[in-house]
Design a protein around this ligand. Structure first.
Ligand code: PLP
Length: 429
């Protein structure tokens, strides 16, 4: 597989390099040189296969001979060791539940596949994974790499801006997992990570690698569950399918669009955001004008400078699709709460992120169409807000209950690069 840097198309790398490097020069994102497409008849065959077999075929279509197919199959099997069920919510609307993995959010798919691939391509060389999280990436990455030899993980997150249970899930692990609570918002955490990757000495000393949704391995892994969703839907839904994706950094949506580009029958996508509406405003007015990030109920989507957006634009350009065909919506916290209550009334307990996607879908779905919204996290991960909004108690799944009483092991730092750099350099080798 060859990939090019979106900031400098002359920089081309292999899949292994892209996975190890994360970003290219000038912090450019890597994008596949070839965009594979399945024939219609292949798609039908694929949809009949089981999740792991189908997923390895999809990933192999991108990755090619860089990872032999039987090896890839085993990696995928290790990573995707939990189901992605489609739950019927209304006659014409279902939810793809991506929260049945170890950290109860869709980020387990990308995080675990990346861990598998990275150990494959790095061999025994030590690496430091440095990543910023708005809540769920950190947990997924931490759990995926916890206890792995030769891998050190450093995770930055905005102090006080993720849910207490989200924090418990990954800041209590210890061992090779180091967590830093930054006095700032997610965009500042992300900026610190980018600065670290611009620091050649630091990059070399620590063998830095990013595990953000910018890492191509995570993105490719996420393509697979869109196929899994369609495989579970009734045949008649296939050509009338509208998928609504709750979006922050836009990795999940990019993966969905790549699934469509491979030939998955999806009529259209809706990019649903909270009040951090840079993309909806851009799609409406054509002007890219990020505002200051605001804190919302759906904190994993509190992103005003979405990292993956350039990939979305590149895909539209390469496929000669039109951005005007991409649906969008920005949903306020009040409307999110209403949507959660509506869902509870019809018997489906959801959390703020998925509820945003549901609201946008319900508003925009036309008669005869079939809607799917992406359930990105387990409601119990946002226990405090979900219980307050719905006025009912949630049970904690085992994954959370096991960690809820453990002490937090995080360090505190200001949003200052030189302090973070000193911290990183002082980590035990
Ligand atoms: C990360 C996350 C999102 C946003 O996904 P992106 O790929 O960053 O757009 C939505 N919901 C939840 C629960 C998340 O953890």
């Amino acid at each position: 597989m060859k990939l090019y840097n979106l900031k400098d198309h002359n920089e081309q790398v292999s899949f292994a390099q892209a996975v190890k490097q994360g970003l290219g020069k000038q912090q450019g994102l890597f994008f596949p040189l070839e965009l594979p497409e399945f024939a219609l008849s292949d798609i039908d065959g694929l949809l009949e296969q089981d999740f792991v077999t189908r997923s390895s075929r999809i990933l192999s279509a991108f990755i090619g001979d860089e990872i032999p197919e039987d090896e890839l199959y085993q990696r995928v099997k290790n990573a995707f060791a939990f189901p992605a069920p489609v739950a019927k919510v209304e006659e014409d609307i279902s939810c793809l539940e991506l929260f049945h993995g170890p950290t109860l959010a869709f980020k387990d798919f990308g995080g675990r596949f990346m861990a598998q691939v990275l150990t494959q391509v790095s061999g025994d060389q030590p690496v430091t994974i440095l990543t910023a999280t708005s809540g769920d990436t950190g947990a997924a990455v931490a759990h995926a790499f916890h206890g792995m030899k030769n891998v050190r993980v450093v995770i930055l997150y905005p102090r006080g801006k993720i849910s207490p249970l989200q924090e418990k899930l990954f800041c209590t692990l210890g061992d090779n997992i180091h967590t830093i609570a930054i006095d700032g918002d997610f965009d500042q955490c992300q900026a610190l990570v980018k600065q670290a990757f611009d620091d050649e000495e630091l990059k070399y000393e620590l063998k830095l690698n990013s595990a953000n949704s910018i890492n191509i391995s995570r993105l490719l892994a996420q393509i697979c569950y869109y196929f899994e969703a369609v495989a579970q839907l009734p045949q008649e839904a296939r050509n009338q399918l509208v998928i609504s994706v709750p979006s922050g950094n836009f990795g999940d949506l990019t993966a969905g669009l790549l699934a469509k580009s491979l030939g998955l029958p999806v009529k259209r996508f809706i990019a649903a955001t909270n009040a951090n509406d840079t993309v909806p405003r851009y799609l409406h007015s054509g002007e890219w004008d990020p505002k200051k990030t605001v804190a919302t109920l759906s904190n994993a989507m509190d992103v005003s400078q979405p990292n993956n957006w350039p990939r979305v634009e590149e895909l539209y350009r390469r496929k000669t699709w039109q951005l005007k065909d991409l649906g969008f919506a920005s949903i306020s916290d009040d409307t999110t709460e209403d949507a959660m209550r509506e869902l509870a009334d019809i018997g489906y307990i959801s959390e703020p992120h998925a509820a945003i996607a549901y609201r946008a879908l319900r508003d925009q779905l036309k008669p005869g169409e079939f809607g799917l919204f992406i359930g990105t996290a387990h409601p119990a991960k946002f226990k405090e807000s979900v219980e307050a909004i719905l006025g009912q108690e949630l049970d904690l799944p085992k994954e959370l209950a096991d960690r809820a009483d453990l002490p937090l092991l995080s360090h505190n730092l200001p949003a200052d690069f030189s302090e973070m750099r000193a911290f990183l350099m002082a980590l035990p080798k």
